[in-house]
Design a protein around this ligand. Structure first.
Ligand code: CA
Length: 655
């Protein structure tokens, strides 16, 4: 859309709202009057009786909605209108009556004034101002109205809808457009307005003039999207899926078919670009990966609703199915995947609901059934350890249910916005406990202070990997050298060009499906302080033992972990500052340790560390020896490990 037409549109809308009571010929410009059911609308329109035409259109929508439940199938959070109204929704709706809104769950409610100030920016986190324009509380108002039938919610929602449209016309200012008209926010509104409309249209206060204002504003917002999709990433997916939903939900618009077509085209193209052959979405954030599965399936359901599902080829569904199985492969038994990149913890009941909805799309997939039913039905995957070798997610696993030992390690190509300089990092699970959760994300974007907090959590040294002088690594592509699995030994070896003149090679051995040996090599001309970092859970009471170069957790339930440097050369073991954030804007301190050596020349520095889960309070005594033929740099392993006096030989599987 060019500047002139944006301005024209803005003016049109201003005029429209100034004459909110006036229904004119132009009010119907966007409606397909030949749509089945609109015969009476067309008849009145043709005879120039626009008021009556609008009344007929209102009757059509009231009748259309009388027979159906509000369509929350695309809602971001689970909404079940058959459940009693939640206290949280009631409180949100009641606050909204007083213009106290909570734009973002990471912060509280803010007063936007009796004459709503949509430019108010109480905390300079960009998300606070962006998400204000998702007007999330409208859904809470609709649900409260649905449940209590108090007309105050309907009247106030109509006022706020018109107020938003009047004060945020497209083209008002560059600054305001950046927030109110960011395509992601527009798409969010276009999506959530569907069930909100479904509910409020039944109110006796919902009249014909409001209907015409609503439809014209809705049309402008949905129509804005196809020309303004984000170029890449999950935003583009969200926007396309929601345009398709808009077209499926309001087929009475002239442009409905074009919206559906646009959404389907974008999703068909993007699923090929954004999903690796191993099933992972290329942003490499497990949380966004799961969200992408939902996007693709919601789009498919919208297409079914509009009877155009056959416009998605068979390969589309196959790819979504592979995304679900890939996601299952990196899950811990609590249904959380590692918090790599921009990720946070998810509630198990939410993930279970997701798997149930995915099962509806793939009822023959026994793996999905297994996860949807917590293993009560279906079949566990026919593998344990799994390498998603394009995305670079490697899972070492001995069971699908507790007591399980699992490590998920990331050695990936560059992700998009949501990825971090963290190649080599991992999380380690043993029997109901995530011993080494990723630090998480804490915040997204905003002013300098917010960005400082975000950068703090992104640091390489905050991850379980190798650093040079504690600096951030360059985000590049890790190169896989070996990935072999067997019940006796899983071996991963990869290299990562972490810094100029410094390659990090990491080998991870999962021995007898019981414990891990991590071999790190710093290879290249670079000199400086090499550190190998380990971050533990906030409640682990982890303590170091300088004599043994080891760290152990001290859980009183006896489910513990030993981390021990096995080399006999000199290494410094130091405690570090670390934190973990499981939810937006919530953080905790936690113990962390680093093994450090100085690299003074071009010689390779090697670190051999064992991560040994054990029962009880006393860690086992462990030592190791390199045997003839052992060559760490080639990833050819031949070691002897002695645990509490018992020696075992560990050899790479032959090629
Ligand atoms: Ca991280």
């Amino acid at each position: 859309m060019n500047k002139k037409s944006i301005l024209c549109c803005a003016l049109c809308l201003l005029v429209l709202f100034a004459k909110a009571q006036q229904i004119t010929k132009e009010s119907f410009q966007v409606i397909n009057l030949d749509y089945p059911g609109l015969e009476s609308v067309k008849k009145n329109y043709d005879s120039g009786n626009y008021e009556k035409a609008a009344e007929a259109l209102l009757s059509y929508y009231k009748l259309r909605n009388a027979k159906k439940e509000p369509d929350f199938s695309n809602a971001e959070a689970i909404v079940d209108v058959k459940q009693p109204l939640s206290k949280a929704n009631k409180a949100t709706a009641d606050s909204a009556l007083l213009h106290r809104f909570q734009p973002h769950k990471g912060y509280g409610f803010f007063d936007y004034g009796s004459d709503i100030n949509w430019q108010n920016w109480p905390v300079k986190d960009n998300e606070v101002r962006w998400q204000l324009h998702r007007v999330k509380w409208w859904q809470a108002m609709a649900l409260s109205y649905y449940s209590i039938k108090n007309e105050a919610y309907a009247k106030e929602w109509m006022l706020q809808f018109l107020d938003w449209a009047r004060k945020n016309p497209l083209g008002l200012s560059k600054d305001n457009d950046r927030f109110a008209w960011r395509p992601l926010e527009v798409s969010d509104r276009v999506q959530s307005l569907v069930p909100t409309f479904d509910i409020f249209v039944k109110s006796p206060n919902f009249n014909a003039s409001f209907l015409m204002a609503f439809l014209n504003s809705y049309h402008q917002q949905a129509n804005y999207l196809p020309a303004n999709y984000a170029n890449v990433g999950n935003h583009r997916l969200f926007e396309a899926q929601r345009v398709l939903f808009a077209g499926a939900s309001f087929p009475e618009f002239k442009d409905a078919q074009a919206w559906r077509k646009s959404g389907i085209e974008v999703l068909n193209a993007e699923i090929k670009k954004q999903v690796y052959p191993d099933g992972m979405q290329f942003e490499l954030s497990p949380v966004y990966h799961a969200a992408s599965i939902d996007i693709f399936l919601k789009a498919y359901r919208s297409a079914q609703k509009a009877h155009v599902a056959n416009e998605f080829p068979e390969s589309y569904k196959n790819t979504v199915e592979s995304m679900i199985v890939a996601f299952a492969s990196i899950l811990f038994p609590d249904y959380n995947a590692p918090m790599f990149g921009d990720s946070w913890v998810a509630e198990k009941r939410v993930r279970l609901r997701q798997f149930s909805s995915w099962l509806e799309a793939f009822p023959k997939n026994e793996t999905i059934r297994y996860f949807a039913t917590e293993g009560k039905a279906g079949k566990a995957p026919n593998f344990l350890s799994k390498g998603l070798t394009t995305a670079g997610f490697y899972t070492f696993r001995n069971a699908w249910k507790d007591p399980a030992t699992i490590m998920v390690l990331k050695a990936s190509p560059p992700g998009e916005f949501h990825a971090q300089p963290d190649n080599g990092t991992f999380e380690l699970w043993k029997n109901g406990r995530n011993f080494m959760p990723d630090a998480g994300v804490y915040v997204y974007s905003g002013d300098a202070e917010i960005m400082k907090q975000r950068e703090w959590y992104r640091q390489t040294r905050l991850h379980n990997t190798l650093t040079l002088d504690n600096k951030n690594m360059v985000i590049t592509k890790a190169k896989l050298k070996q990935w072999k699995t067997s019940p006796k030994l899983d071996q991963l070896t990869y290299t990562n060009p972490s810094y100029p003149e410094l390659e990090h090679q990491r080998t991870v051995l999962f021995v007898d499906q019981q414990y891990f040996i991590v071999i790190d090599q710093a290879i290249g001309k670079a000199t400086g302080k090499i550190g190998v970092h380990f971050h533990l859970k906030e409640d682990s009471k982890a303590a170091k033992n300088d004599r043994q170069n080891s760290v152990q957790t001290n859980y009183t339930d006896g489910n513990n972990l030993l981390i021990q440097y096995l080399g006999t050369d000199k290494v410094n073991l130091n405690a570090e500052t670390s934190k973990v954030s499981y939810e937006y804007r919530k953080e905790m301190e936690r113990p962390a340790f680093v093994f450090e050596k100085n690299k003074a020349d071009g010689n390779t520095q090697t670190f051999v560390t064992v991560l040994y889960p054990f029962e009880g309070q006393k860690a086992p005594a462990i030592s190791f020896k390199e045997n003839a033929g052992n060559d760490f740099s080639k990833g050819q392993i031949n070691l002897s490990i002695t645990v509490n006096g018992k020696t075992k030989n560990i050899k790479s599987l032959s090629n």
